[in-house]
Design a protein around this ligand. Structure first.
Ligand code: PLP
Length: 965
């Protein structure tokens, strides 16, 4: 026997075989069923030959899971964890262990999808509603949304909201007070410029006296930590019809009068310090709160209370659920994926501590800060802020070098982005020993902390009573047992990937492997402040550089920016890059963005944000971009053509054969090509946008590259660009991105967005290697074609390429079925819940259809079970067509069926209870019970209610609702 055998023996544990659902034999079987003699021949027939890669991607691997963990551990160990007192919006916090293990590390929470299908999402909807309640209570506003991507982009959204809703003041000026975070100012400036908004930066009170502005932005407490009463400023702003945006801090608001009470129109901030690690910049849930009257203009998702068919309270995403898809270029914002998982964590943190516990945390931080202030002043240090909650700014004078030297030696990070001052922010994790250390670092003397005086930092008239979080939800789960069971109850109400296949077209709900997820909660990645000195983040630097290299390999581009926090932000960043490129060549008038009619709604919304005008290009009968129409429009707008945004393979689920020509036409007219990379899961290793003619793409790392969807975020949307666009990639004012001008645009608060989830994508690529990634694309395509084949006799498959195949997803057309039977796509979606499945994507990109994407991770058995469910449902529809069941009473229109429906005294339906709940035998082994029946969308929108309902109304309705499954 030779040592070659060792390689074979080790091969049994290849990750590849765990990530990819079907075995090699099953892959061939599926290809055969779809009419091809092998996987290869199906792929050859599907992917146009003129874009096929000829060489394999230059990636290492595939590597074993144990080795990938070892490498990540080594990288995490290279990050140096110091004591962070930098503040600037990021603070130390203790994640309660019960929340870390049962939410952040629990696939029941992190693999869920955005709660569009409300009936199977009641658990996360309840948690998100509680988050809104936390934000409303602490900010004192009437309405809050279910999270934003980061504080700086939330501020930018607040700016555009005030401009939209301010009908009385048509000025184009927006005042930004000098005491605000530099990263927030930078994102505001980037956002303002293409929209023609003029940012005026300085002392807000003085600037307000000088001239007109539609809005003003202040921070309360200020970036310096100073606390002053903003009510006079707010009053004078309102007197001249200027709306007021206040950025604030949740810990401070536990002690301070709320901005709502002081008259603010919009309040934004970050909930990170409610139990979410800093993670070198993210992810965390930013918040956005405003007046009820601005609800229709509010960005992001808002959870609201409605009723189900039986009149019992049930939750759903209100109003702009499909905002961008319906309003497109008129959408108020391009935000799609947000930060749901982190908002859920912050809500649970608030429940875990309760109002009294939170208040104690805040008072403790404030007391330590007061002691620090007094110790510093008595040692002759100039503390610049007279009032404070947790942050002090000191004049560093001639002591700067020695303070920073002592800090460095003691592993203490202070804020030092300003040459004259130093900042120090305390937080939940600060101890007495830290206080002593800080005094020693700053003054050079050691003092006994127990005998220190304590300054009171809060002006008397700004002190707040505990008037928040009175709802029982925040007062009942203080024992760990109760907390654990509450979180478990909510989790059980929902369908996530740990229960069944989620075949959502365009969303790529694939395996989020446990090995990939492990590093997310390591301290080596979690405890790094985004503005820590870069030599403390050497491990991150290695990881990020390596990931950039991997992603350029996967896309065929020359450079990557890891800054955008979601696909939508990548689109925006990519279009800005295009705009700057044109400008650099003296092309200042290129502002037309061509977008095919089939595009995802974020595309036109992002184009508008980038200051472009959207011109729609039609699709032909096969769903492809209509080349004649494209030529016509490119010619018509030749002088002004900035870009085309096209998704590849298309949102119709096909590889358009003309893609190279599409790129050529746009280039001939001086435009740049943006390929929306959401569908990259069909492409990696087979073709690369950077090689077939595109100039920019975003990649949804939460789709193709295994970051879980988190029930609506986090995600990451890095962009890949050609070399000519690299100089225009986004940077950051606090920690500039190496190799770029520090004056470049800024799209996120931190240089690498949600850095702490990037190890997930790094691990996936390392585990799969070039061979594995290519195989994944192939199997994703084979699986979709297998499904199309199995369903074809029952449902019409809408679009196929010239050889009759689909890409990695297929659209089934429900419109003819609705014509014939009255049963629509929504009935099918709800009926699938009775079978324990999440519905496919509904009515996107074509109304009246379902788009199915299995991904490579689903086993043949699960795919078959899903097809069997859809076929069983089709048979039920035939019973309606034949008249055996009426359109008013059949298992489809009554779906989903709750346990309460089934076990009621009476059963007055034309079909049996067994038909209702156990229409397939396999359900006997594992039955999911939807917790509510079908939810009334119209009622919810007419009676918008976005706070936690009184607990009684809930108890009444759910007390006899067991959570099975
Ligand atoms: C998901 C998706 C987007 C938006 O990405 P987010 O990360 O949700 O912002 C854009 N385009 C397409 C085709 C998508 O599927």
């Amino acid at each position: 026997m030779s040592m070659d055998r060792l390689t074979t023996l080790e091969g049994h544990d290849e990750f590849l075989a765990r990530h990819i659902g079907p075995s090699a034999a099953q892959q061939s079987e599926m290809a055969l069923a779809a009419g091809y003699d092998s996987v290869e021949s199906l792929i050859d027939a599907t992917v146009p030959s003129n874009i096929r890669l000829t060489n394999p991607m230059a990636l290492d691997g595939p590597q074993r899971e144990v080795n990938v963990i070892a490498r990540l551990k080594a990288m995490a160990a290279q990050n140096r964890i110091c004591k962070n007192f930098i503040g600037m919006g990021y603070y130390g916090t203790h994640t309660p262990a019960v929340i870390q293990r049962n939410v952040l590390e629990n696939p029941g929470w992190y693999t869920a999808y955005t709660p569009y299908q409300a009936e199977i999402s009641q658990g996360r909807l309840e948690a998100l509603l509680s988050y809104q309640q936390v934000i409303m209570d602490l900010t004192g506003m009437e309405l809050a949304n279910a999270s934003m991507l980061d504080e700086a982009s939330a501020a930018a959204e607040a700016m555009t909201l005030t401009q939209r809703v301010n009908k009385k003041n048509k000025s184009v000026r927006f005042i930004v007070d000098s005491d605000c975070h530099p990263q927030t100012l930078a994102v505001l400036e980037t956002r303002a410029e293409p929209l023609g908004i003029e940012i005026v930066h300085g002392n807000a009170t003085q600037l307000l006296q000088k001239g007109d502005a539609f809005g003003v932005f202040i921070q309360y407490p200020g970036s310096s930590g100073n606390v002053s009463d903003p009510s006079a400023l707010i009053e004078s702003a309102h007197a001249q019809n200027t709306l007021v945006v206040v950025a604030s801090d949740l810990l401070a608001l536990l002690l301070l009068k709320s901005p709502g009470e002081l008259g603010a129109d919009v309040v934004v901030g970050n909930s990170q310090r409610f139990g979410v690690p800093m993670g070198y910049g993210g992810p965390h849930a930013a918040f956005f709160a405003t007046r009820d009257s601005y609800k229709r203009s509010t960005p992001g998702r808002i959870i609201g209370v409605s009723v189900d068919r039986d009149g019992r309270p049930a939750l759903r995403m209100a109003m702009q659920t499909r905002e961008q898809h319906i309003r497109r270029e008129k959408a108020t914002s391009n935000i799609c994926t947000a930060q749901a998982l982190l908002a859920v964590m912050a809500a649970f943190y608030a429940m875990y501590h309760g109002p009294a516990g939170l208040r104690q945390i805040a008072e403790r931080v404030q007391l330590l800060t007061g002691a620090l202030a007094s110790a510093l002043r008595s040692s002759g240090v100039t503390v610049l802020n007279s009032h404070f909650v947790d942050t002090l700014t000191i004049a560093s004078d001639d002591q700067r070098e020695s303070i920073l030297a002592r800090a460095e030696a003691q592993g203490v990070n202070l804020r030092c982005d300003n040459a004259e001052t130093l900042g120090v922010s305390l937080d939940e994790t600060t101890t007495r020993a830290d206080l002593a250390l800080l005094i020693e670092v700053i003054t050079g003397e050691s003092l006994s902390v127990d005998s220190l005086d304590v300054e009171s930092g809060i002006p008397d008239d700004l002190y707040r009573d505990v008037d928040y979080l009175q709802h029982p939800l925040f007062n009942e789960y203080h024992s760990e047992t109760e907390m654990l069971r509450y979180m478990r109850r909510l989790e059980s109400k929902d369908i996530a990937l740990n229960r069944s296949m989620i075949a959502l077209g365009s969303c790529t709900m694939k395996l989020n492997a446990t090995t990939e997820m492990l590093p997310v909660t390591w301290e080596g990645f979690g405890a790094i402040h985004p503005f820590a000195p870069i030599d403390q983040a050497a491990g991150y630097a290695e990881l990020l550089t390596d990931l950039e290299r991997m992603l350029t390999e996967c896309t065929g581009y020359d450079a990557v920016s890891l800054q955008p926090n979601a696909g939508s932000q990548g689109e925006y960043a990519g279009l800005l890059v295009i705009k700057r490129y044109h400008e650099s060549r003296g092309d200042r008038d290129r502002n037309i963005c061509l977008i095919p009619s089939s595009a995802h709604g974020t595309n036109p919304a992002s184009a508008v944000l980038a200051g472009m005008r959207v011109v729609i290009v039609e699709c032909d009968a096969q769903g492809n971009v209509d080349i004649a129409d494209l030529r016509k429009k490119a010619e018509q707008h030749s002088k002004h053509l900035a870009a085309i945004m096209v998704t590849y393979p298309s949102t119709h689920g096909v590889f358009e054969e003309d893609i190279v020509e599409v790129c050529q036409i746009v280039h001939e007219h001086g435009g740049q090509v943006y390929v929306d990379g959401a569908n990259l899961n069909a492409l990696v290793g087979l073709a690369a946008p950077g090689k077939f003619g595109a100039d920019v793409s975003h990649l949804n790392l939460h789709k193709t590259f295994c970051i879980p969807h988190g029930g609506g975020g986090p995600g990451m949307g890095p962009i890949g660009v050609g070399a000519h666009l690299q100089p225009f990639l986004p940077s950051n004012p606090v920690v500039p991105v190496p190799g770029l001008s520090p004056d470049n645009d800024v799209v996120s608060a931190t240089p690498y967005g949600s850095a702490s989830i990037l190890p997930i994508s790094w691990a996936y690529i390392a585990l799969m290697g070039a061979r594995g990634l290519t195989q994944a694309s192939k199997v994703a395509i084979v699986s979709a074609n297998y499904i199309a084949h199995r369903l074809r006799d029952h449902y019409g498959v809408l679009y196929t390429g010239s050889s009759g195949t689909v890409a990695h997803e297929c659209i089934i057309d429900i419109r003819p079925i609705k014509e014939a039977s009255g049963i629509g796509e929504e009935d099918i979606a709800k009926r699938l819940m009775d079978f324990g499945f999440h519905a496919p994507t509904m009515s996107f990109p074509v109304a009246g259809t379902l788009m199915i994407e299995p991904t490579e991770s689903e086993s043949l058995a699960e795919i078959d079970r899903f097809c069997d469910a859809l076929i069983t449902i089709r048979e039920e529809i035939r019973e309606v067509e034949s008249g055996r069941w009426s359109l008013e009473d059949n298992p489809l229109v009554n779906a989903p069926h709750t346990l309460r429906d089934l076990t009621g005294e009476e059963w007055a339906h034309a079909y049996s209870r067994k038909q209702a709940a156990f229409a397939m035998d396999s359900l006997q082994q594992d039955k999911y019970w939807p917790p509510v029946s079908r939810i009334d969308n119209v009622y919810g929108d007419r009676n918008l209610f976005c706070a936690c309902p009184s607990i009684d109304s809930f108890r009444e309705s759910t007390q006899d609702e067991p959570s099975l499954g």
